[in-house]
Design a protein. Structure first.
Length: 253
Protein backbone atom coordinates (compact mmCIF):
# COMPACT_ATOMS: atom_id res chain seq x y z
CA UNK A 1 0.00 0.00 0.00
CA UNK A 2 1.21 3.48 -0.84
CA UNK A 3 1.38 6.22 1.81
CA UNK A 4 2.57 9.81 1.94
CA UNK A 5 5.50 10.20 4.33
CA UNK A 6 4.02 13.33 5.89
CA UNK A 7 0.72 11.54 6.45
CA UNK A 8 2.53 8.87 8.52
CA UNK A 9 4.26 11.44 10.71
CA UNK A 10 2.57 11.52 14.09
CA UNK A 11 1.32 7.92 13.87
CA UNK A 12 1.62 6.15 17.22
CA UNK A 13 4.01 3.22 17.44
CA UNK A 14 2.61 0.30 19.39
CA UNK A 15 5.14 -2.26 20.69
CA UNK A 16 4.29 -5.70 22.05
CA UNK A 17 3.81 -4.24 25.51
CA UNK A 18 2.77 -0.63 25.05
CA UNK A 19 3.22 2.56 23.07
CA UNK A 20 6.77 3.78 22.48
CA UNK A 21 6.10 7.11 20.84
CA UNK A 22 5.18 8.61 17.48
CA UNK A 23 6.73 8.76 14.02
CA UNK A 24 8.85 11.91 13.70
CA UNK A 25 10.52 11.43 10.31
CA UNK A 26 12.26 8.82 8.16
CA UNK A 27 15.83 7.99 7.14
CA UNK A 28 16.31 6.59 3.65
CA UNK A 29 19.38 5.60 1.66
CA UNK A 30 20.17 7.61 -1.45
CA UNK A 31 21.07 4.58 -3.58
CA UNK A 32 17.96 2.42 -3.42
CA UNK A 33 15.67 5.19 -2.13
CA UNK A 34 14.30 2.89 0.53
CA UNK A 35 13.27 3.74 4.08
CA UNK A 36 15.80 2.25 6.49
CA UNK A 37 14.56 3.68 9.78
CA UNK A 38 11.61 5.40 11.37
CA UNK A 39 12.78 8.12 13.76
CA UNK A 40 10.70 8.00 16.93
CA UNK A 41 9.60 10.86 19.15
CA UNK A 42 9.45 9.00 22.47
CA UNK A 43 8.06 11.88 24.52
CA UNK A 44 9.13 11.38 28.13
CA UNK A 45 10.57 7.91 27.47
CA UNK A 46 14.25 7.53 26.45
CA UNK A 47 14.60 11.29 26.10
CA UNK A 48 18.40 11.27 26.07
CA UNK A 49 18.79 9.26 22.86
CA UNK A 50 17.52 9.03 19.31
CA UNK A 51 15.32 5.96 18.83
CA UNK A 52 15.27 4.30 15.43
CA UNK A 53 12.95 1.50 14.32
CA UNK A 54 13.80 -0.58 11.25
CA UNK A 55 11.04 -1.70 8.86
CA UNK A 56 12.11 -5.24 9.83
CA UNK A 57 10.21 -4.67 13.08
CA UNK A 58 7.01 -3.29 11.52
CA UNK A 59 4.03 -5.58 11.21
CA UNK A 60 0.97 -3.51 10.30
CA UNK A 61 -0.19 0.04 9.65
CA UNK A 62 -3.65 1.06 10.83
CA UNK A 63 -4.38 4.21 8.87
CA UNK A 64 -7.86 4.65 10.35
CA UNK A 65 -6.59 4.75 13.94
CA UNK A 66 -3.17 6.18 13.00
CA UNK A 67 -0.88 3.65 14.61
CA UNK A 68 1.85 1.27 13.48
CA UNK A 69 2.36 -2.13 15.08
CA UNK A 70 5.95 -2.88 16.09
CA UNK A 71 7.02 -6.49 16.76
CA UNK A 72 9.39 -5.59 19.60
CA UNK A 73 9.10 -5.11 23.35
CA UNK A 74 9.92 -1.84 25.07
CA UNK A 75 12.78 -3.64 26.84
CA UNK A 76 14.29 -4.76 23.51
CA UNK A 77 14.20 -1.18 22.26
CA UNK A 78 15.60 0.25 25.49
CA UNK A 79 18.50 -2.24 25.50
CA UNK A 80 19.34 -1.76 21.82
CA UNK A 81 22.52 0.13 20.83
CA UNK A 82 22.13 3.79 21.71
CA UNK A 83 22.51 6.56 19.15
CA UNK A 84 23.18 10.03 20.53
CA UNK A 85 20.62 12.61 19.45
CA UNK A 86 23.29 14.94 18.07
CA UNK A 87 25.19 12.40 15.98
CA UNK A 88 24.52 11.03 12.47
CA UNK A 89 23.88 7.34 11.89
CA UNK A 90 27.24 5.64 11.28
CA UNK A 91 27.81 2.28 9.63
CA UNK A 92 29.36 1.07 12.90
CA UNK A 93 26.13 1.87 14.72
CA UNK A 94 24.07 0.14 12.02
CA UNK A 95 26.16 -3.04 12.29
CA UNK A 96 25.68 -3.07 16.06
CA UNK A 97 21.97 -2.32 15.69
CA UNK A 98 21.28 -5.04 13.11
CA UNK A 99 23.47 -7.51 14.96
CA UNK A 100 21.56 -6.89 18.19
CA UNK A 101 18.23 -7.67 16.53
CA UNK A 102 19.72 -10.41 14.31
CA UNK A 103 18.60 -8.75 11.10
CA UNK A 104 20.61 -8.82 7.85
CA UNK A 105 22.41 -5.66 6.81
CA UNK A 106 20.67 -3.98 3.88
CA UNK A 107 24.10 -2.81 2.66
CA UNK A 108 25.49 -6.33 2.23
CA UNK A 109 24.13 -7.45 -1.10
CA UNK A 110 22.98 -6.40 -4.57
CA UNK A 111 19.28 -6.04 -3.72
CA UNK A 112 17.03 -3.51 -2.04
CA UNK A 113 17.32 -5.38 1.26
CA UNK A 114 20.85 -6.71 0.86
CA UNK A 115 21.00 -10.40 0.08
CA UNK A 116 17.23 -10.42 -0.48
CA UNK A 117 15.00 -8.23 -2.66
CA UNK A 118 12.44 -8.16 0.17
CA UNK A 119 12.31 -7.69 3.91
CA UNK A 120 13.17 -10.89 5.77
CA UNK A 121 10.39 -13.23 6.82
CA UNK A 122 9.54 -13.82 10.46
CA UNK A 123 12.14 -16.10 12.00
CA UNK A 124 14.86 -15.42 9.43
CA UNK A 125 18.00 -14.24 11.17
CA UNK A 126 21.03 -12.18 10.35
CA UNK A 127 23.99 -14.22 9.14
CA UNK A 128 27.41 -12.54 9.44
CA UNK A 129 28.73 -14.76 6.65
CA UNK A 130 26.59 -12.73 4.25
CA UNK A 131 28.74 -9.67 4.90
CA UNK A 132 31.02 -8.55 2.11
CA UNK A 133 28.74 -9.60 -0.76
CA UNK A 134 28.73 -6.77 -3.31
CA UNK A 135 28.67 -4.03 -0.67
CA UNK A 136 27.36 -0.61 -1.67
CA UNK A 137 28.45 2.60 0.02
CA UNK A 138 25.07 3.99 1.03
CA UNK A 139 24.27 7.24 2.74
CA UNK A 140 21.29 7.94 4.93
CA UNK A 141 19.19 11.04 4.34
CA UNK A 142 16.36 12.55 6.33
CA UNK A 143 13.02 13.03 4.60
CA UNK A 144 12.66 16.31 6.47
CA UNK A 145 16.08 17.57 5.39
CA UNK A 146 15.54 16.66 1.73
CA UNK A 147 12.09 18.25 1.52
CA UNK A 148 12.16 21.53 -0.41
CA UNK A 149 15.17 20.44 -2.51
CA UNK A 150 14.88 21.81 -6.05
CA UNK A 151 13.94 19.48 -8.91
CA UNK A 152 15.83 20.19 -12.14
CA UNK A 153 14.52 18.80 -15.46
CA UNK A 154 16.68 18.49 -18.56
CA UNK A 155 15.75 22.01 -19.64
CA UNK A 156 15.19 23.87 -16.39
CA UNK A 157 13.74 23.83 -12.89
CA UNK A 158 10.22 22.51 -12.36
CA UNK A 159 9.66 22.88 -8.62
CA UNK A 160 10.69 21.38 -5.30
CA UNK A 161 10.25 18.20 -3.29
CA UNK A 162 7.04 18.40 -1.28
CA UNK A 163 6.75 14.84 0.04
CA UNK A 164 7.48 11.17 -0.64
CA UNK A 165 5.24 8.23 -1.53
CA UNK A 166 6.27 5.15 0.44
CA UNK A 167 5.35 1.54 -0.32
CA UNK A 168 4.57 0.05 3.09
CA UNK A 169 5.17 -3.49 1.82
CA UNK A 170 8.79 -2.98 0.76
CA UNK A 171 9.35 0.47 2.33
CA UNK A 172 10.73 1.72 -0.96
CA UNK A 173 10.13 5.34 -1.90
CA UNK A 174 8.11 4.86 -5.06
CA UNK A 175 7.66 8.52 -5.94
CA UNK A 176 8.78 12.01 -5.06
CA UNK A 177 5.86 14.44 -4.87
CA UNK A 178 6.95 17.58 -6.71
CA UNK A 179 5.25 20.91 -6.10
CA UNK A 180 5.51 22.98 -9.28
CA UNK A 181 4.11 26.16 -7.72
CA UNK A 182 7.13 28.28 -8.71
CA UNK A 183 6.88 27.19 -12.34
CA UNK A 184 3.37 25.97 -13.03
CA UNK A 185 1.12 27.12 -10.13
CA UNK A 186 -1.40 24.77 -8.60
CA UNK A 187 -0.09 21.42 -9.79
CA UNK A 188 1.75 18.57 -8.11
CA UNK A 189 3.29 15.66 -10.00
CA UNK A 190 4.90 12.34 -9.17
CA UNK A 191 8.46 11.53 -10.20
CA UNK A 192 10.07 8.14 -9.66
CA UNK A 193 13.53 8.02 -8.04
CA UNK A 194 14.45 5.72 -10.95
CA UNK A 195 14.27 8.78 -13.21
CA UNK A 196 16.88 10.68 -11.23
CA UNK A 197 20.06 11.30 -13.18
CA UNK A 198 22.15 13.05 -10.54
CA UNK A 199 21.87 14.65 -7.11
CA UNK A 200 23.82 17.57 -5.70
CA UNK A 201 23.22 17.43 -1.96
CA UNK A 202 25.48 20.47 -1.54
CA UNK A 203 23.31 22.55 -3.88
CA UNK A 204 20.10 20.90 -2.61
CA UNK A 205 19.19 20.01 -6.20
CA UNK A 206 17.90 16.80 -7.79
CA UNK A 207 18.39 16.34 -11.55
CA UNK A 208 15.93 14.16 -13.48
CA UNK A 209 16.17 12.97 -17.08
CA UNK A 210 12.76 14.32 -18.14
CA UNK A 211 11.83 17.47 -20.02
CA UNK A 212 9.68 20.24 -18.58
CA UNK A 213 7.07 19.68 -21.29
CA UNK A 214 6.75 15.97 -20.48
CA UNK A 215 6.23 16.84 -16.83
CA UNK A 216 3.74 19.59 -17.64
CA UNK A 217 1.61 17.14 -19.64
CA UNK A 218 1.81 14.25 -17.16
CA UNK A 219 -1.14 13.12 -15.01
CA UNK A 220 -1.64 15.47 -12.09
CA UNK A 221 -1.24 14.23 -8.52
CA UNK A 222 -4.07 15.36 -6.23
CA UNK A 223 -4.91 12.81 -3.54
CA UNK A 224 -3.10 9.70 -2.33
CA UNK A 225 -6.18 7.49 -2.54
CA UNK A 226 -6.44 8.25 -6.26
CA UNK A 227 -3.01 6.72 -6.94
CA UNK A 228 -4.33 3.37 -8.11
CA UNK A 229 -2.48 0.90 -10.30
CA UNK A 230 -4.42 2.31 -13.26
CA UNK A 231 -3.11 5.79 -12.40
CA UNK A 232 0.43 4.44 -12.09
CA UNK A 233 0.11 2.59 -15.41
CA UNK A 234 -0.96 5.83 -17.08
CA UNK A 235 1.90 7.75 -15.47
CA UNK A 236 4.54 5.28 -16.62
CA UNK A 237 3.03 5.04 -20.11
CA UNK A 238 3.21 8.82 -20.38
CA UNK A 239 6.91 8.77 -19.59
CA UNK A 240 7.47 5.57 -21.59
CA UNK A 241 9.11 3.96 -18.56
CA UNK A 242 8.42 0.51 -17.06
CA UNK A 243 6.69 0.40 -13.71
CA UNK A 244 8.63 -0.61 -10.60
CA UNK A 245 6.35 -3.66 -10.33
CA UNK A 246 7.71 -4.86 -13.69
CA UNK A 247 11.34 -4.32 -12.71
CA UNK A 248 10.95 -6.05 -9.35
CA UNK A 249 9.01 -9.02 -10.67
CA UNK A 250 12.22 -10.24 -12.32
CA UNK A 251 13.67 -10.82 -8.85
CA UNK A 252 11.27 -13.73 -8.34
CA UNK A 253 11.68 -15.48 -11.67
Amino acid sequence: MLNEAKALQGFKLSSLDGEIGTVKEFYFDDHYWTIRYLVVDTGDWLTERKVLISPHALRAIDRDNKFIEVNLTKKQIEDSPALDTDKPVSRQFEELYHGYFEWPGYWDGPNMWGVSPNLIDDGEKWNPSNFGVNPVDLHLRSTQDVSDHTIQAIDGEIGHIDDFVIDSKTWAIRYIIVDTMNWWPGKKVLVSPKWIENISWLEAKVYIDLSRNMIKECPEYTKMYLVTRDFEDGLHRHYKRPGYWVDESSNYM
